[in-house]
Structure formats: structure tokens, C-alpha cells
Design a protein around this ligand. Sequence first.
Ligand code: SAM
Length: 331
Amino acid sequence: MSRFALSRYSRCFSRLKTLHYLNQPFAPSLFSSSAASDRDGACQTGPPPIRVGLTESAGRAVFATRGIGAGDLIHTAKPVVVCPSLNSMDSVCYLCLKKLMGSPKFQDRGVSYCSRECQENAKGFNDVETRADSSSFADYCRTHNFKYPLMVKRLCCMIISGALPADSLDILQPAALSSEMISKIEDGYGLLWNAFRKANFKDDDVAFLTKQWYTAMLARIRINAFRIDLVGGSCGEDLLSLAAAAVEGEGAVGHAVYMLPSFYNHDCDPNAHILWLQNADARLMTLRDVEEGEELRICYIDASMGYEARQTLLSQGFGFCCNCLRCQSGD
Ligand SMILES: C[S@@+](CC[C@H](N)C(=O)[O-])C[C@H]1O[C@@H](n2cnc3c(N)ncnc32)[C@H](O)[C@@H]1O
């Protein structure tokens, strides 16, 4: 069996099936990511041992600023925007995506939360959501099985509520969209715009929501959204074991966009992995020993696929030709 055959990683299908395959300083406050920690998950103080810098052929990237041991937590990251999948709406927290066990105790205007705190934190954007009737937009997303427009809608509600500025995602790399994609996107834009217009928000509050802005956000979300599969477990457990224990077959509970994790480039034989334990808070961990100065890379796709299939997926889904060592070797 190929050494990749047991691996299944993905930015969209993030899951780890084996242990084997599993130049400016970084400003932690900008990315709301917390410090690196010991293997057992106990947090140390100080910034994460990484910096974001430029590569020669893959744009910006994340580099280790010191040696990091295999299976160590590099940093955690909170989502900027997170959205449950349509089929998980009733089974996960509307804000943090934690699985809801039994009958949810915290319910508000038709959605459920895992705690009073999540309910409170979601109140601002949920007020906006409730005021605007976006049922036509939701039908459009459901009919086409579109998930990213739902994230743009939540982003809009967060912006209108004052929780985020309209340029929050501007720093992220956008996908190149074909004219066919743009015309499909415009249908969704019209429906969402109508929903906010009919709800009589002040012109100033919705002025950011132009067709150009909507398209630019979808282009960024397309490249940078992570599909979230919860592994379970707790931060005190061994991360490599938790990653390896990710169970195949459970659907994604939702999607989220993060800041710092968006700067990790892809590798078909990665040295880092992203995982989620109980909720949408991400944990970046090493899969093997990493040296100071080494680029940290995760795998966006199923690493067990063959060369041709990987190239097709990376080029059609993410718009790039992979420059990793594995691809260069033709494996
Ligand atoms: C999520 S972003 C990663 C951060 C990005 N380099 C930046 O500057 O924002 C994904 C993009 O990075 C580039 N990239 C990531 N991995 C790559 C690889 N293995 N080979 C070539 N380009 C890559 C591609 O342009 C891809 O669309």
C-alpha cells in the first residue's frame, strides 16, 4: 500500500487517517490566534512560534520560528466567520458548531446554542438575520447546494450588527472566478440585497453590500474556507492520536474562515495538520519534527489520491499547480 493510501487530508475534507502522513514577523493580535503549547495541550505564554513570510512561487506562507516537535500544538485559531451546514442546523450550536446532545437548552428565534455565552455572542448578528427575511436566498442556496453564500450572508449580518468591519477578509487571497461563476453569484447577490433592502436597514449600514463586494467575499471564501469535521476529545489528549482517530463518514458540521490558518500553503505530504476537537476553534499541529525556518504546510485535499487526480482537484478547486516536493517527484 502506498504511504499515502491511508491519508485523507483536506482543506475541504479535513481528516487525518494515518500518523505517517498524516518576511515579516507574525503579529498574534491581528489573527486572534493563541500561543503554541506543549504536546499535552497545556498552553505556554508568548506568541506562536511562527511568522508569515513570502515564498518564491506560492505567495505568502507560514514559517516556524523555532524547532517544533512532532505532534505539538503550534497555535489555535478562532474563526472570523463560521456557518453550520444546512443539514447540521438542528444538531450543532448555531455559533460555535459544538454538537448538541439531547434537547438543546438554549434556543432563540428558531436556532439552538450550546451555551448561554454562545447565545449572547450571536445575538447581534442574529437580530439582523431575524429582521431580514432571507428565505428566498436560503432556498436558492438549498436548491443549488451552495454553502459559501450562506457564509457571506452571515458575514453581512455581522457587519451590519457592528461585530466586524466590511474589509475583514480583504487580506485573504481571492480565487479567480470565471464569468459563468460570476453570473451565478449575481443571482444570489440580488436575493440577499433585496432581503436587506426590504428590512429597511439604514443606507449607510448596508452601503458595503455592492455586487463587487459580494463577489470578492465569495472569491476569498472559496479559497480560504475550511470544512469542519469535529474529532472530539479534549485539549489534554495527545494530538496525534486525536488526529488519527478522526472518524470517516460523519458529515461536515459546517464551514469557517480563519485568518492565520489561511496563510498555510498546501503540500501533498504535509508537515502540519488542522483539526477541530469540540467546536469551530481550530488547532494547528505538527505531524513531524519541524526545523526553525521551515515552511509549515497542510494538505487541502485527499492525499491518498494519485498524481493526476490531485493536480486536477488543486487546479480546478483552488486554481494552482502544486509545487510540493511530492508533486515535483511525480508521485
Ligand atoms: C489558502 S491560500 C494560502 C496562502 C497564500 N499563499 C497567500 O498568499 O495568501 C492558497 C493559495 O496559495 C497558493 N498555494 C498554496 N499551496 C501551494 C502549492 N503547493 N503550490 C503552489 N501554490 C500554492 C495558491 O495560490 C493557492 O490558491
